[in-house]
Design a protein. Structure first.
Length: 261
């Protein structure tokens, strides 16, 4: 039975199909989130941390490594969802014709796209759990609040998965994904409070950064990963929730135009 929005339990078949493929290649999918934090922590911990020293955060001094560790988790969430719902979804849609095959089943287009976005968010959760385990070995995450990074990863994954699917619906060929990566992902990677406090930016750049979704994901990650968590995190949660509600229908609309033309 479908809801008024065109969904039914069948959308989980899309998620299940992607999970089955993921499990076939789990060893290769497991390696990046396992080794990536080691590379970052080695580079920043041994290299930059000694030069920078401590960072002032929430009225206390924390090491530079403590400061960036939660941000690395947020970046990991963004990358897994965005790239899954751009490059990987495009390959399934355009080259493998998986979407065409699914549309020949009782699945609706809305269910297919929703299942894809939920799968992108699921990959963010899996990668976050792996990365969180590695980072925790270095004592860089506070618990029990750090456990909330897992559900946070799902919300962030939905947001960036919807963005990725939106671009999948409008790019003409796979090479054009370089544009949103360069113009959208890279600026957020650098200027969302990931590697330095936003207060270090010019006032206009700080104001611009406050509208970037990764900025709010990084803030949430630091609140939960370092503590203490205060009520301001509700604003960041609300921002990402609204961001999802705006981008989700845009993603479905764009994919509808592309697949039903």
């Amino acid at each position: 039975m479908r809801t008024p929005f065109g969904f039914s339990w069948l959308l989980w078949r899309v998620w299940q199909r992607n999970l089955t493929v993921y499990r076939e290649n789990w060893k290769f999918n497991f390696i990046p989130p396992l080794l990536e934090p080691f590379f970052y922590l080695l580079a920043f911990g041994v290299g930059l941390s000694a030069l920078i020293g401590n960072i002032r955060y929430q009225g206390r001094d924390v090491s530079y490594l403590q400061y960036i560790a939660p941000a690395l988790i947020a970046i990991n969430i963004m990358n897994n969802a965005f790239f899954e719902n751009t490059y990987a979804s495009f390959v399934r849609m355009y080259y493998q014709k998986t979407f065409d095959a699914m549309m020949a089943t009782p699945l609706s287009l809305e269910e297919i796209i929703t299942g894809e976005i939920i799968w992108g968010a699921t990959k963010s959760v899996i990668a976050t759990a792996i990365m969180l385990t590695v980072v925790s070995l270095f004592g860089l995450i506070a618990y029990p609040s750090g456990l909330l990074l897992i559900p946070m990863a799902f919300l962030g994954g939905l947001a960036f998965g919807a963005v990725g699917m939106f671009f999948t619906g409008i790019v003409k060929n796979i090479e054009l994904f370089n544009l949103p990566v360069f113009l959208f992902i890279t600026p957020m990677f650098l200027f969302s409070g990931t590697f330095f406090p936003l207060e270090n930016l010019p006032r206009w750049a700080e104001a611009f950064a406050s509208f970037l979704p990764l900025t709010h994901l990084v803030k949430m990650s630091r609140f939960l990963g370092l503590g203490p968590c205060d009520a301001s995190i509700l604003w960041d949660i609300a921002y990402l929730a609204v961001f999802c509600m705006v981008l989700f229908p845009l993603a479905i609309s764009g994919m509808r135009r592309r697949l039903l033309k």
